[in-house]
Design a protein around this ligand. Sequence first.
Ligand code: AMP
Ligand code: ZN
Length: 137
Amino acid sequence: MKDDCIFCKIAAGQIPSATLWEDGDFRVILDLGPASRGHALILPKEHYADLCELDDAVGAKVMPLARKIGSAMMKALGCAGFNVVQNNGEAAGQTVRHFHVHIIPRYEGGPKIVAWEPGELNDADKAQIVEAVKMKL
Ligand code: AMP
Ligand code: ZN
């Protein structure tokens, strides 16, 4: 646990939260600034700043939990789908440096929440990117 981390305190139950799920590894809470009705956050109880730091065994449990929460939202809240979003680094929009996963319910006819304008991938760039990234794997 990191002393100055708000999500560590929430995950540990030291700061009250609207908790949807709790087990030995995670607490799932409602986001205080929801993108849509029911927006939730999966918080590991251990502190990892981001996905790069996340423990593999904990990480392996994240997607099954995201599915569990998202499926329950579809039954309980009437959303037609949900986005699973996970930001790493300030440039990617991460504001709290404790790994977390957003589960964002999406409603029929609702606003675009997770969207971007598609660019273009040219052949030269494609080759360069593939070579550069593969070198670091
Ligand atoms: P991110 O931008 O991916 O780091 O997401 C951080 C999220 O945490 C935002 O959606 C905030 O609304 C949410 N948030 C920040 N503080 C709290 C809090 N105390 N309780 C619940 N959600 C929070
Ligand atoms: Zn933390």
